[in-house]
Design a protein around this ligand. Structure first.
Ligand SMILES: [Zn+2]
Length: 379
């Protein structure tokens, strides 16, 4: 074999290697744009797309699924959002667990697990975040995307240097892709503003009584383990808090500051009749003190840096070697949704909502979200 033939063979091998790496990378990239399956219960009344409330979103990256469960009897009207920030998996998973377990006897419940659907298709740059995390049910693994706080720049680009949101507040340019700064939305705005407008339209046209937005934040962030309430829902938040404390779940009550504009707990309440509340759980994978960002950090929530930070009094939640696992964070969200819904009915009997087969926060807290997730590909 002469030198020329050897070089040709080496080139062919190199080319084959490059092509196979490109193929695998391309396939992995493409999969980031495919929604993970959610398996609704037979109690589901209708699966709707968000574009029903704003046709400009039709078939685009923000056209997310809404799961509607209607009871036989008329009652209150509840909206639950997960995935406003797709790197906050406890809110997303609590919404998925509701879709996969719920049966509604009285009233109507709308659930949006991926409020910012575009944000599930990428990660935050420079965070070395994992693409996915896996939960193992009795009948197989369920794998979920770990997304970004913001809309994918592939879908909304470029960012301005400064952004004036629809409520008139000046923010950094990247916040133009933050759904929770975009309310009450803009009909002809950028994609994130259009998404916010569609959610606002849903709240108004369906006459939502109680709207809940499920989030997570870093343990060193002051608004943590919190229930942030619009002043239209102060009494409801207080009633729910007492109920939660009886279940050994303490929450910090925070009134939505009137000067902080564009957020769900402010604009939903200002622009509709809905009692508007945002819930935060504590997730170390968000924090600036974390070690390696990994799927186990997201699921187990253990980090020795945070144990040290807690010992120095730098955190706003208790934190020890046991960490704050995903199951605890999801259980807190579920318990809060349950208590707030019950409180709504106690305060306004005409807005009562009776939920059957609500995913048990106690079971999730003990055994993990996997104990209430549907098995993969079973329905
Ligand atoms: Zn958030």
């Amino acid at each position: 074999m002469n030198r020329h033939t050897i070089l040709k063979a080496a080139n062919a091998l190199l080319l084959a290697g490059v092509l196979s790496v490109t193929w695998f990378a391309g396939r992995a990239f493409h999969r980031m744009h495919v929604d993970d399956p959610i398996y609704p219960t037979p109690g589901l009344t209708e699966k709707i797309l968000l574009s029903r409330y704003h046709s400009a979103l039709r078939s685009g990256p923000a056209d997310t699924e809404i799961y509607l469960f209607s009871g036989k009897e008329k009652g209150g009207r509840l909206l639950v959002l997960g995935g406003t920030h797709p790197n906050e998996p406890a809110g997303f998973l609590a919404a998925v667990l509701m879709v996969e377990n719920l049966q509604v006897e009285k009233g109507d419940v709308w659930i949006i697990p991926r409020a910012n659907r575009s944000g599930f298709t990428h990660n935050d740059p420079q965070e070395a975040s994992p693409q996915r995390f896996v939960l193992t049910t009795a009948k197989g693994d369920r794998s979920f995307r770990f997304g970004s706080r913001l809309t994918n720049p592939v879908h909304q680009w470029p960012d301005p240097i400064l952004h004036i949101n629809p409520a008139g507040q000046v923010l950094s340019g990247s916040d133009s892709r933050n759904l929770n700064r975009a309310y009450p939305g803009k009909k002809e705005g950028v994609l994130t503003e259009r998404t916010a407008f569609a959610i606002m339209e849903l709240i108004r046209t369906e006459g939502i009584d109680l709207a809940l937005d499920l989030h997570e934040a870093a343990p060193e962030y002051p608004v943590i383990n919190a229930m942030v309430f619009h002043e239209n829902s102060a009494e409801l938040a207080a009633v729910a808090l007492m109920d939660l404390q009886l279940q050994n779940m303490d929450f910090r009550l925070e009134e939505s500051p009137p000067s902080l504009r564009g957020l769900s707990h402010r604009e939903w309440g200002d622009h509709s009749e809905a009692a508007s509340i945002l819930l935060e759980s504590a997730n170390v994978s968000h924090g600036r003190l974390k070690g390696k960002t990994s799927a186990s950090l997201i699921v187990e929530g253990r980090d020795k840096n945070y144990v040290r930070a807690a010992a120095r009094g730098l955190l706003f939640v208790p934190f020890d070697e046991a960490g704050i696992p995903l199951k605890e964070r999801v259980a807190r969200h579920l318990a809060a949704v349950r208590s707030l819904t019950a409180g709504l009915g106690d305060m306004h009997p005409d807005r009562e909502i009776i939920l059957h087969r609500f995913p048990s926060p106690e079971l999730v807290r003990e055994k993990g979200a996997e104990a209430c997730l549907a098995p993969p590909n079973q329905r």
